[in-house]
Design a protein around this ligand. Structure first.
Ligand SMILES: [Ca+2]
Length: 676
């Protein structure tokens, strides 16, 4: 008996829900109905997934846009603060439902605090659904109410075998180790071979400075007055180019915008974006080939109008759009969001519910869309894209959707997570569990649409707390090994989808009057000062320059044996040596400026050279104006010149002691843009 107890404590999580199998006549279970929603609840044997009973709800009157008007409510359970729970159940039914979980204070009316939720796509066979909910930062201990929103589709629903169990929290120190992870797996060996314009190898002392990250950090863009930009439009584009190295079309590549008139795709508008991007080396994402949303007039769109077109006609139009546009942009757009928000906008699947080509339930239309895109451009990265999949409880549903696609050999090659967090501070514990769960599928994860501000009412963050929030998010994602890019969904309050709907919100990195908020400075500092590389190395006769650094484009300078400074900008390639032809940097040849008892000291921007031709050897120190020894070197008969690279602009004391026991001699030098 004792052994049995110990096993139970170690191996089996406790089900916190009373009457989870509905075997006692549904004690504590109820059906909530309001407005025009109507239905009945019973506990018949036919609704049992296991045992002798389950819950059966017959929705007799649906309210399509208000699914909350018919709700199955399980008994309350009790939560602890700062804990994570998995809510799961088995179900059958006519279509998608939503599960919302709220922390409530018993007896207090209206004291619901939403702590998580997820949608579940029910079908005619029993299937298990689950999602995580968390009380981190969302109220404390108390009674918890789950609501299963069934009101959007009439029909018979069956439920059984519910489970609520506490999930062990992830390692709380994981986020704190972000920088060491970044150091270990983001930085790699970068290799160049330095050549002069004739192709001969160069040698000397080299420096390499990262000027652009390879890792995509981008934004959604919505160009206006696309001809010759001036004023605000010019500022918008210049600011985007300064902050970001990647971009995505906010709306202009969505099908109803791109091809508002059948047969007349607006390639001219896209060309303006791409021309701008080409001049800056910015790569655009193709967002989105298909989006089933039934708002913004998209429900009337000629290509997918569910009211007038059959499933076969909609599918044929989608196929033509994908084959044509992905082929047209082959080599120009490297990646696509093939299907946007499939778990939330199911109109096309619903339309194809009974079509045998797209069984089960119409969802195979999404599989086909990926296959068509892959056929049109086998080299393109093909993303699925959706929301509420790392912050809310919807991770498991997204995981299962993608897992099913992979099992069916659908060519989905990337996982898009939108990350519209709605003004909720980052919940590191659940974010980590959810990210690790998605990462276990083995595909790269891209943050496709990050923002964090409330959609209604006053903003959630001050400028300072917004900067902290955005930095925490970017640091978290950059330190997660599965993440291959981070895209913000807009950066300017005057051109941001949240500000469009909510004038009180301030979601961007720049105010409407174009002032940088602290968040803009914080992110710029992370990418340009914290996560940056400045390497110095000696380049021998083979011209090889090798160092550990962030993948990206480097400004390389070399102080050659001819006392000339050579320079080039070159993009590193993972695992390869890149040949770089350097050119002489105009106006920077070194002139001797200081001589001290036969010792020559020359300086040029970023470098200092000490030559001791008349001595056998000398010890040299470079001391800054604070008295700190910054560099140290020596000369010898064989090597009478010592070059110090990466000397920041400023004044220095150069101290020299010749080996024969001379006194230390010193001289003040200034390094700067002008030869000194
Ligand atoms: Ca049962």
């Amino acid at each position: 008996m004792l052994a049995g107890l110990v096993l139970a404590r170690c191996g089996v999580a406790q089900n916190l829900l009373p009457e989870p199998g509905l075997e006692s006549g549904g004690t504590g279970w109820s059906l909530y109905k309001t407005g025009s929603g109507a239905g009945t609840l019973s506990f018949p044997a036919i609704a049992a997934h296991s045992g002798g009973a389950g819950a059966q709800v017959v929705v007799t009157k649906s309210v399509p846009d208000s699914n909350w008007k018919v709700q199955l409510q399980p008994p309350l359970w009790t939560s602890k603060p700062s804990s994570i729970y998995r809510f799961s159940f088995w179900a059958k039914g006519p279509g998608s439902i939503h599960v919302g979980v709220s922390d409530i204070d018993s007896g207090k009316v209206g004291s619901y605090t939403y702590i998580g939720g997820f949608s579940a796509s029910l079908g005619s066979d029993w299937k298990q659904f689950s999602g995580l909910v968390s009380t981190y930062g969302r109220g404390g201990e108390g009674a918890v109410r789950a609501n299963l929103y069934l009101g959007s589709l009439a029909g018979t629903y069956q439920f059984d075998d519910f489970t609520v169990e506490e999930v062990p929290a992830p390692d709380p120190a994981w986020y704190g180790r972000a920088q060491s992870r970044i150091d270990s797996f983001r930085q790699k060996t970068q290799k160049f071979r330095l050549l002069d314009p004739s192709g001969a190898v160069l040698s000397g002392a080299a420096t390499a400075r990262l000027v652009r990250h390879e890792f995509p950090f981008g934004t959604a863009l919505a160009f206006q007055n696309t001809g010759n930009p001036t004023g605000d439009e010019l500022w918008y584009r210049q600011t985007a180019a300064k902050l970001f190295n990647a971009a995505v079309f906010e709306n202009d590549f969505k099908w109803p915008s791109f091809e508002a008139t059948k047969g007349a795709p607006d390639t001219a508008k896209i060309r303006i974006y791409l021309k701008w991007a080409d001049s800056l080396g910015i790569a655009f994402r193709g967002h989105a080939l298909v989006w089933g949303i039934q708002k913004y007039g998209y429900d009337k769109f000629w290509g997918t109008d569910t009211a007038s077109l059959s499933c076969d006609e909609i599918a044929a139009n989608i196929k033509a759009r994908i084959l044509r546009d992905v082929a047209y942009y082959k080599g120009r757009l490297g990646e696509y969001d093939v299907w946007n928000e499939a778990l939330h906008e199911t109109a096309f699947f619903d339309k194809c519910r009974s079509n045998p080509l797209y069984a089960p339930q119409g969802w195979a239309l999404q599989d086909s869309a990926f296959a068509w895109a892959h056929r049109a451009d086998p080299t393109a990265m093909l993303y699925i894209n959706d929301y509420s999949n790392v912050d809310g409880g919807g991770t498991e549903e997204y995981y299962q959707e993608i897992k099913g696609m992979l099992e069916r050999k659908v060519p989905v090659t990337g996982i898009g997570i939108q990350c519209h967090f709605g003004g909720t501070p980052l919940n590191l514990a659940t974010l980590q569990l959810n990210m690790d769960r998605l990462a276990s599928l083995g595909l790269p994860i891209k943050v496709t649409e990050y923002d964090n501000e409330k959609w209604t009412g006053a903003g959630a963050f001050t400028p300072t707390s917004q900067a902290e929030e955005f930095s925490r998010f970017v640091r978290f994602m950059y330190s997660h090994p599965a993440v291959n890019g981070i895209m913000l969904w807009g950066f300017w309050d005057a051109r941001h989808w949240i500000s469009n709907d909510n004038a009180a919100a301030s979601p961007g990195l720049y105010t409407a009057d174009k002032s940088a908020k602290p968040a803009a400075d914080s992110l710029s500092r992370l990418w340009n000062e914290v996560w940056t590389t400045r390497a110095s190395a000696s380049v021998a006769g083979d011209g090889a320059l090798s160092f550990i650094g962030y993948p990206g484009t480097y400004q390389i300078e070399l102080l050659g044996g001819d006392a000339q400074v050579w320079t080039a900008t070159a993009r590193a390639v993972a695992g390869a040596t890149v040949d770089v032809q350097l050119v002489r940097k105009a106006g920077t040849s070194i002139r001797a400026r200081k001589t001290l008892a036969g010792i020559q000291i020359r300086s040029v921007k970023g470098a200092l050279e000490v030559a001791t031709p008349q001595q056998k050897s000398a010890e040299i120190e470079i001391v800054d104006m604070g008295g700190n020894r910054r560099f140290r070197g020596s000369t010898s008969a064989e090597s009478p010149v010592c070059r110090f690279l990466s000397v920041p602009e400023g004044m220095y004391l150069v101290r020299i002691q010749a080996s024969e026991g001379d006194a230390v001699r010193q001289v003040l030098v200034t390094t700067g843009a002008q030869a000194n």
